[in-house]
Ligand binder design. Structure first.
Ligand code: ZN
Length: 104
């Protein structure tokens, strides 16, 4: 017998670009679990699709506090999402999408 180094629980941490008005660039990298990262991605995608916009880092329009507010962690299953809060948040996220420079 030899001791196993295997962990029974794989917890993958992802680095995600999130909205951060304190930083000059307007966004920063935040470490989060894969579920949270997926929620951020889908939320950003839905927002961008609503106004037919696109961004290199779609999640740069979502703030960490907002993400935390929407997510309802459930034991042993993917995070739940509060859809009513998502609907209320959408206009805020849309307002953060940078307007492309106007061509003359
Ligand atoms: Zn999470």
């Amino acid at each position: 017998m030899r001791p196993s180094k295997q962990t029974p629980w794989v917890f993958e941490v992802k680095s995600k670009v999130l909205y951060d008005p304190i930083i000059e660039e307007g966004y920063s990298y935040v470490e989060m679990c894969e579920d949270c990262s997926n929620v951020a991605k889908h939320l950003a995608r839905e927002t961008l699709d609503t106004v037919q916009a696109d961004l290199y880092h779609p999640s740069e329009i979502v703030a960490l506090a907002e993400l935390q507010d929407l997510i309802k962690p459930r034991p042993h299953s993917p995070h739940g999402i509060d859809n009513a809060k998502v609907d209320r948040l959408l206009p805020t996220l849309i307002a953060r999408i940078p307007i492309p420079e106007e061509r003359s």
